[in-house]
Design a protein around this ligand. Structure first.
Ligand SMILES: [Zn+2]
Length: 228
């Protein structure tokens, strides 16, 4: 809202450039995933629906902002006051909560220089370049938010593990083996049993509370590691 536009055309051009840039970034992101030994056609096919969904969402958001900007511009021309974006308190979604918890887990699993070892192949990766691998798939709500279930994993293993090939079986087995070493068998079994349980704790206030809790944990962890 702070941009000074002279004409409506300027606004349209600005938002067009913005969305084009965003789309190119999204494509670039999915292409970098392919740099890891995998055939690029294969990976793009695999990721195409996800990519398209994200592009659609970005276009929708961009359009909303463009319309708002134009409305404001017109009101200003007429000498009226600008609309301000009313910031509603956003509901914490499953995804946004998971993102926070996953970040916490990657930080927890990395050393003072922010490198950690992949839970399944032991490769050393920077936490920003690593994925977070769920042992029990994140579609199961009961275990999705449990930090015993989320560990730093290299992108390669994470992508491969989601498929159903011989290799992915091996990656899953290695994950389990290393997980037992890390958190012990009884906790691994709790996760495996939890797969079929109902997540009756899951409500918006729980998600909000958890998000806050993990944001604080991240802050603490960062401060601790920087202190080393
Ligand atoms: Zn790995």
């Amino acid at each position: 809202m702070s941009k000074k536009f002279k004409t409506e055309e300027d606004i349209r051009k600005y938002y067009e450039a913005k969305i084009n840039w965003k789309i190119s970034q999204l494509i670039f992101y999915y292409k970098t995933l392919t740099n890891q030994k995998i055939n690029s056609d294969w990976i793009l096919k695999e990721y195409e629906p996800k990519l398209n969904k994200r592009i659609e969402r970005a276009e929708r958001n961009n359009k909303t902002k463009l319309n708002q900007e134009i409305k404001n511009f017109q009101r200003k021309q007429e000498g009226k006051k600008e609309y301000k974006y009313k910031k509603k308190e956003k509901e914490v979604t499953k995804n946004s909560l998971l993102k926070t918890i996953q970040k916490y887990c990657r930080l927890r699993d990395s050393d003072k220089r922010w490198f950690g070892h992949c839970i399944s192949c032991n490769k050393k990766v920077h936490y920003k370049k690593a994925d977070w691998g769920h042992y029990i798939s994140r579609i199961h709500n009961y275990t999705a938010f449990n930090t015993d279930n989320i560990h730093l994993q290299c992108k390669w293993c994470n992508i491969k593990m989601s498929l159903s090939t011989e290799e992915s079986k091996e990656i899953r087995n290695n994950y389990r083996k290393n997980l037992i070493k890390k958190i012990w068998l009884d906790k691994v079994q709790i996760l495996e049993e939890g797969k079929h349980k109902v997540a009756d704790f899951l409500c918006s206030s729980w998600k909000k509370e958890k998000k806050q809790e993990y944001l604080e944990k991240i802050k603490k962890l960062k401060a601790e590691k920087d202190d080393w």
